[in-house]
Design a protein around this ligand. Sequence first.
Ligand code: PA5
Length: 535
Amino acid sequence: MDTADQDQVVLNTVAFDPEHPGNQWRRFCDLLWFDEALQIWLDVSRMALNPDHLQGLAPRFEAAFAAMAALEGGAIANQDEQRMVGHYWLRNPALAPDPATSEHIAAEVERIQAFSSDQLAAGRFTDVIWIGIGGSGLGPLLMVRALGEEGRGLPLHFIDNVDPKGISRTLDALGERLRTTLVVVVSKSGSTPEPRIGMGQVRARLEQMGCNWPEQAVAVTMLGSQLDQLAASEGWLARFDMFDWVGGRTSITSAVGLLPGALIGADIEAFLEGAAAMDAATRVADLSANPAALMAAAWYVAGDGKGRRDMVVLPYRDRLEVFSRYLQQLVMESLGKRLNRQGEVAHQGIAVYGNKGSTDQHAYVQQLRDGVDNFFVTFIEALDDSTDLPELGGERPGDFLDGFLQGTRSALMEGGRQSLSITLGCFDERRLGALIALFERAVGLYAELVNINAYDQPGVEAGKKAAAAILDLQGRLESALADGQPRSLEQLAGELGCDSPEPLFWILRHRCANHAGLTVEGTWGDPAGLVFRLS
Ligand code: PA5
């Protein structure tokens, strides 16, 4: 069927009507998208996406396709940060706007492969600690959980937080193996506090053990960042580039995802190739033939273009358990914006949550079936069940998994709830790359429909500044108390020029719980009556 015929079929399909399941088969056939080479199906027939919506949205999609073409061509698509947005170039370097960038991308992939295979062959390292947060942590975690194989490559351990108990548990669990642990510190900006604190703790522990940090340390960061300068000046084992034009949440096809992929022995070329193939399929400037456009249109209609329905991600594969969290960042950090591109208040976003099926059928799926109708489900399945598990008493686990998915999908439909389904012929590196690329493009197109910048993160930056202000206040508070005089919270707030004593209460409650040498008079239930003194 050529594109024009497909257009006709899609635009003439029957409306979504859960009351008449007979129509559903026709919608399924009309709207089904399938890629023969990738063996991926997308079914949006159970979303309330009707011919009039498709017709109405067509002009806006024309503009969205043009914007995506400009973005891929090197336009400053991230206006607020005055940056290009080039994650699509990472899997097809020829697309990059100049030959130097194309060569740089290809050279980094080669360096990652060479470094990883050398380290795996040398057998010097037994483990890897990966230190990074947000886009610098979630993509690597997804790679490891989705593609890791027992007995292949190195085990990865993650420090993606400044929770002292978490860091300590990771270090204690490794114990003597820390001596043979490769430590990868990942931060695009090279100045985020969480990886800096995590790095400091790991380094201190290694040095206490008599290890030489630079021989075990690798940096993944932008050229010239603080982290890059530190690694260069100390001669760390290796440095890999993050590019200015790649955002954290779309960095999985850069060193951020490729290095952990290679260290676990996964086929990163197949991963990139799958992403490139899906990029080609989602570059098609035709709403009815472009799976990312169909998805973005379905999200738009489901939530009235205002995100009024949450996206519940239900992959029926344990390997994809982290994918829901990965999408939570990709979608919510990209689309969750207060202002539109004209600076008007828009309060956009789509809430994303999920875990995996069928596990979640025994948790929140109860509410999806019977409760408030404020969501749509994204089912993800992989058809290939091959394992060494025997068939027991005529029962195959994969048949049950499929049955549970179909059962939930039907039950949702009966209740008038919306869902879309993505089916993968099998699950592997190529399909993971394709799946990620599908969602990246859908997010980009949706952002065009709702007129927001999907590539900045002002809320994340505001959170970093707010935390820095609290740490600064804590420093000033400790200096004020150093004279040993007793003071109430209101007195301290006045002295320190705080609008409210409440942050001081939070800081001092935390410090007292950690035996900071403070004496407290009064009861914690009556904050206004408390008096503090450094003893
Ligand atoms: O997607 C993003 O841009 C963020 O989530 C970042 O990845 C996160 O804040 C970490 O930043 P950095 O890699 O600069 O340390």
